[in-house]
Design a binder for this molecule. Structure first.
Ligand code: PRX
Length: 649
């Protein structure tokens, strides 16, 4: 095999795995040659109220576009995550919750308890007028109530829209407006690394300028902070729950009824509401959770992602709970109270599968091995990576130091849009190459195309597309189906375009090379450069802004902003600090520019188009070969930018 280090599947794994190499080959072939039979079988992992009679009704062709899976089947995903486990797993743990501060009390819920709480809260939602099809916004920290709120929405057929609790009031307000939700669920505060985050105050601020339709705000008392409650609008979760019945009949949902909306950044415009539906998503998340992590009953599984991102939706809540798993939720951060925190939690709960983003691993790696090696980690069986490319150095550290060279690493490539894992090793089936997401999941048909969309064979590199539908695929952009088609199916007609580039080696392994559009990936969080630019130009002293990614040792990519100020404005350090603060306020701390360079002018073509390629090169400190600059209106601009860039000096 090519591409340096290869870790073969250990003998013990090959013998006992849910999916070994031969099974993978056979089932993968079946999944693409006969999707009808493959998915009819896999879909049995879900309890259907009314069984489906058709499996796949999909086409990516422009004149015949449709994506429907199991379309005449009905089900309820909350019932699949709860009710059906009660008979034989009612007393099994469903959720283990570890607080930010290890001195605070941990909590846990059995499936029976989670079912009761979910039913009670579903009744609360109903009492406040929420019904099937209504949008409910959730702005909560990593506490069990977040999962309960999601499951309660799914139970009554309301469509949840979770907004990451790190987003600003402005960003929250925009998302509430876009999906016109009139009910918001939040908590008094969030707690991360000992820092208090004023979530309820953020909601209040968002509702001052936006979302005039919001009639109800349900507030979880979490830290006990003193907060303002608005008469007639705000209600305490614990008070609303009082006297509610612990039973609530699950709504019968069609397979293609919406389950949730999740906003994500693209290369243009405002974040878009990615809409997932019920049946296909249920099958996809359940199947991928089981196979990718080789999950077995009784194992403690921990995905360290926040429920504000798709990873939290699919792999903290829906996938694991549909499988009757024990899912661990952690409120805090990897470095509080100290750098051993993750591994102490692994030991405390005897975690078998651990799933996190490379950015956290790189940050911990920098602190030295001792924080890891002083803990046992004997319980670990599979390690997962998600959200961004993992560099081979971090991979090796994860494998050798965290996993004691014992645990396969599943480097899972996927997206908010894909609902679940698309390209990933399976621990008992795939020899590992550090840095490669390796092989496609069942039913996934990746292809690498040339710039004209022609599929390339063999070892090659280029834009990554998926040629046929899979059950977990997003179905539309909420409220803008045209944008859905335009964004994903127009670049390479007939294919889903991922926005990523990839390389395929001689062994057929995929290596994701990163985004090839104007999206950057900061600490595993996806940011649209256009979004940050829009935020900057809202400032009265900014005439123009261009944002690109730059290499960052810990975050993977950092944010580099070039800003042209308005005539007469003096470019000062104070203004720089003010603009950085401004972006944090407009979007949230995750959008904080790492570098903000004042640029008297930006490199433009004669037709006025900013040449972002050149800005990227400067941000990467790779100015030896800037490519063709002959079309620049004023080539002198580039020298000036290079002379004043902190990257190149
Ligand atoms: O560029 C890819 C990167 O993250 C993008 C998707 O981001 P988001 O929708 O926020 O979903 C993150 C959680 C799945 C992709 O287009 N990405 C995600 N996983 C990987 C990755 N890049 C390389 N390797 C991965 N394992």
């Amino acid at each position: 095999m090519s591409d340096k280090a290869v870790y073969p599947v250990p003998e013990s794994w090959a013998k006992n795995a849910l999916i070994d190499a031969a099974t993978y080959e056979e089932r993968y072939r079946n999944s693409v040659e006969d999707p009808e039979s493959f998915w009819a079988t896999e879909a049995r992992r879900i309890d259907w109220i009314k069984p489906f009679s058709t499996v796949k009704n999909t086409s990516f062709a422009a004149d015949d576009f449709r994506i429907k899976w199991f379309e005449d089947g009905t089900l309820n995903l909350s019932a699949n995550c709860l009710d059906r486990h009660l008979a034989d797993k009612g007393d099994d743990i469903a959720i283990l919750w570890e607080p930010d501060d290890p001195e605070n009390e941990a909590r846990s819920y059995t499936y029976r308890e989670l079912h009761e709480e979910t039913c009670r809260f579903a009744n609360v939602l109903k009492a406040h007028g929420a019904k099937k099809g209504d949008r409910v916004t959730i702005y909560l920290p990593m506490i069990p109530e977040a999962a309960i709120a999601m499951l309660a929405c799914a139970r009554i057929g309301a469509v949840h829209s979770i907004v990451f609790a790190g987003f600003s009031p402005e960003a929250l307000g925009g998302r509430i407006d876009d999906c016109t939700s009139d009910l918001v669920i939040t908590s008094d505060e969030g707690l991360r690394g000992g820092k208090h985050i004023p979530l309820k105050a953020n909601v209040d601020e968002a509702l001052e300028h936006h979302a005039k339709d919001v009639s109800t705000v349900i507030v979880v008392r979490h830290t006990g902070a003193d907060i303002a409650m608005k008469e007639g609008r705000d209600v305490w979760w614990h008070e609303a729950m009082k006297g509610q019945e612990p039973e609530c009949e699950p709504e019968e949902m069609n397979a293609e009824d919406p389950l949730f909306i999740l906003y994500t950044s693209g290369s243009t415009g405002k974040p878009k509401g990615v809409l997932h539906t019920t049946g296909g998503y249920a099958v996809w998340t359940s199947m991928t959770h089981e196979y990718t992590f080789d999950y077995r009953r009784g194992e403690v599984y921990w995905c360290a992602a926040d429920i504000g991102w798709v990873t939290g939706h699919s792999y903290v809540v829906y996938g694991p709970l549909a499988n009757g798993a024990i899912t661990l939720m952690f409120e805090g951060v990897p470095n509080y109270p100290d750098f051993s925190r993750f591994w102490q939690i692994v030991d405390k709960y005897q975690v078998a599968q651990f799933y996190a983003a490379p950015t956290a691993l790189r940050a911990l790696m920098r602190e030295g091995d001792d924080w890891v090696t002083r803990t046992s980690r004997k319980s670990l069986k599979v390690l997962g990576s998600v959200g961004e490319p993992i560099n081979p150095e971090a991979w090796e550290w994860y494998y050798k130091v965290v996993g004691d060279s014992r645990c396969p690493i599943v480097d899972t490539w996927w997206q908010t849009e894909t609902g679940g894992h698309m390209i990933t090793p399976l621990p008992g089936a795939t020899a590992l190459k550090p840095g490669s997401a390796s092989m496609p999941m069942f039913g996934v048909q990746p292809a690498i195309v040339d710039n004209d969309g022609k599929v390339q064979h063999g070892a090659t590199e280029g834009p990554l597309v998926i040629t046929d539908s899979w059950p977990g695929q997003m179905r539309t952009v909420y409220g803008d189906h045209e944008r859905f088609i335009q964004t994903y199916f127009s670049t390479f007609p007939g294919n889903y375009f991922t926005g990523d580039g990839a390389r395929r080696d001689e062994d057929g392994y995929y290596w994701i090379t990163g985004r090839i559009d104007d999206v950057i990936n900061v600490s595993g969080h996806r940011m649209g450069t256009a979004e940050i630019e829009s935020a900057l130009v809202l400032h009265e002293k900014v005439a123009e802004a261009a944002v690109v990614g730059m290499p960052h040792e810990i975050k993977g990519q950092g944010i580099y902003a070039y800003v042209t100020t308005t005539a007469g404005t003096e470019d000062s350090d104070e203004l720089r600090a003010e603009l950085i603060k401004w972006v944090r306020r407009e979007i949230g701390p995750i959008a904080t520019p790492d570098v903000l360079q004042f640029a008297p002018s930006l490199p433009k073509t004669r037709s006025g188009k900013i040449m972002r390629r050149i800005l990227r090169k400067i941000a990467e400190n790779d100015t030896s070969n800037l490519g063709d600059t002959s079309t620049l209106a004023d080539p002198g601009v580039v020298d000036d930018l290079i002379a004043n860039s902190p990257q190149t000096n």
